[in-house]
Design a protein around this ligand. Sequence first.
Ligand code: BEZ
Ligand code: FE
Length: 299
Amino acid sequence: MNIHSKPSALISKEADVTPFVKAAMSNTNDQRLRSIMDSMVSHLHAFLLDVRPTEEEFEAVLRWIVAVGQATNDSHNEAVLAADVVGASTLIDLINNDGMQGETMSALLGPFYRGEAPICENGDCIARGDTPGAKLIVSGKVLDCDGNSIAGAALDVWQASPSGMYENQDPDQPEMNLRGKFTTGEDGTYEFETVKPKGYPVPTDGPVGELLRAQNRTPMRPAHIHFIVSAPECKTLITQIFADTEEMMINDVVFGAKQQIAGDLREKADGTFTCEYDFVLKPGVPTFPVPPIKGKADA
Ligand code: BEZ
Ligand code: FE
């Protein structure tokens, strides 16, 4: 049904624009696309009428959007970063993953996920070469919402080096450093060795960094490890386990830190650490994100 009838006169004042644009879009066959664009026009136009940008401001915004595209390539995704620092990614995450069935809370995929991480055996170490940092053993189970262990669940794990960079950002790290794919055993357990993560700054050499500086914001993320946990007939869980102070978590530049996914790191007498964390998957259809990047930046 076409709810926006064709306007009978040309645009002559501010108030004419919104109905005119909506009418022009009202023949969209895909109903979801039609309602998304209709709502987007309502909110965008209301926002513009509220803010009343100058022409110079509008040009600056368009330049910023172009710069986000130009800063994006096979090894860096500035568009994901832009969505993250304005809270859009976390809002979309919570709209789609409310944790209400007792499943583990999800968290942002972020711009540094690569597919094709090395396949590992339980107990393997994902720190390759001479990665600095204290040894950390991460272990636990993958469970369903009734507390049953899930054998054969897949865990795709990645983290930044304590030097502050993911391997794809850093020519000095070995290929696929601090990335690995694990599978739970018959009893649903997983275990891997890594290094204790540290907080790190998101990249600030592009237009997102320019925005963060203008807003006097910290570029820091609290220390964390990323996980994609999947199993047949379960909704795939994309999450992060945090290993940092409450203050760092509250000030997460991308608003990704949540209380439910704060890890419990314990220091042993020998200065190494352990972290036990059980992941709970809810029923659903496994889906996998398209990696935002393909590989390493050219050194
Ligand atoms: C990350 O955790 O890898 C990340 C998430 C959002 C923006 C930048 C980095
Ligand atoms: Fe990260």
